[in-house]
Ligand binder design. Structure first.
Ligand SMILES: [Fe+2]
Length: 175
C-alpha cells in the first residue's frame, strides 16, 4: 500500500470518528423526540390489541378477508412497536412499558360493543389516521434534532401505513 493510500485511509477513519461523535445526542436534545415516541407507542399498543380482538372475533361473509388482513396488520404493528421502543433505549431512556400507562396515554380507545366486520375496518381506518398523526409528530421531532435514524424508521412506517389505509379504504368502499 502506498503512503498516499495509507494517509487517505487514516484520514477517512479520523473523519468517521468525528462524524460519529457529531451524531450523538444529549438526553436533553432527545427528550421531546422520546416523548413523541412514547405517545406513539401507547397508541400503537392499544391499536395492536384491537387488531387481535377483531382478528379473533370477526364474523360474517368477509370473515376470511378480515381475519387474514388483520393478522398481517398486527404482525406489522408488533414489529414496529418493538423498533420504536428500542429506538427509545438507543437514546438512553426507558420506553413506556406498562399496559396501565398505555391505556391512560392512548388517544386510540378500545371499542366496547360488538362490531360487524365492516365496522371493524372503519375503526381500524380511524386508528390508522390517529397513528399517522403521531408518526408525523415523531418525524417532526426527529427532523428538529437532525436525527436521521429515527426519521428513516418512521418514514418507512408512514409509507406502509398510508398504503394500508388506501387498501382498507378500497375494501370498505361500495362504489
Ligand atoms: Fe390467528
Amino acid at each position: 500500500m502506498s503512503v498516499k493510500t495509507e494517509d487517505l485511509k487514516k484520514e477517512k477513519k479520523a473523519n468517521r470518528l468525528w462524524a460519529y461523535k457529531k451524531l450523538g445526542f444529549s438526553k436533553l436534545e432527545t427528550a421531546e423526540l422520546v416523548s413523541a415516541m412514547n405517545e406513539l407507542l401507547a397508541n400503537y399498543h392499544v391499536h395492536f390489541q384491537k387488531l387481535r380482538n377483531y382478528h379473533w372475533n370477526v364474523k360474517g361473509s368477509d370473515f376470511f378477508d378480515i381475519h387474514e388482513k388483520f393478522e398481517e396488520q398486527y404482525e406489522e404493528a408488533f414489529n414496529n412497536i418493538d423498533e420504536i421502543a428500542e429506538r427509545v433505549r438507543v437514546f438512553g431512556y426507558q420506553p413506556t412499558s406498562t399496559l396501565k400507562e398505555y391505556l391512560e396515554m392512548s388517544e386510540i380507545k378500545e371499542t366496547e360493543k360488538e362490531l360487524t366486520g365492516m365496522e371493524m375496518v372503519a375503526e381500524v381506518l380511524r386508528d390508522f389516521e390517529i397513528l399517522l398523526s403521531y408518526m408525523v409528530d415523531v418525524a417532526d421531532a426527529a427532523i428538529e434534532v437532525g436525527d436521521v435514524g429515527t426519521e428513516d424508521m418512521i418514514n418507512s412506517f408512514i409509507k406502509k401505513m398510508e398504503k394500508s389505509h388506501w387498501m382498507f379504504t378500497a375494501f370498505a368502499s361500495n362504489k
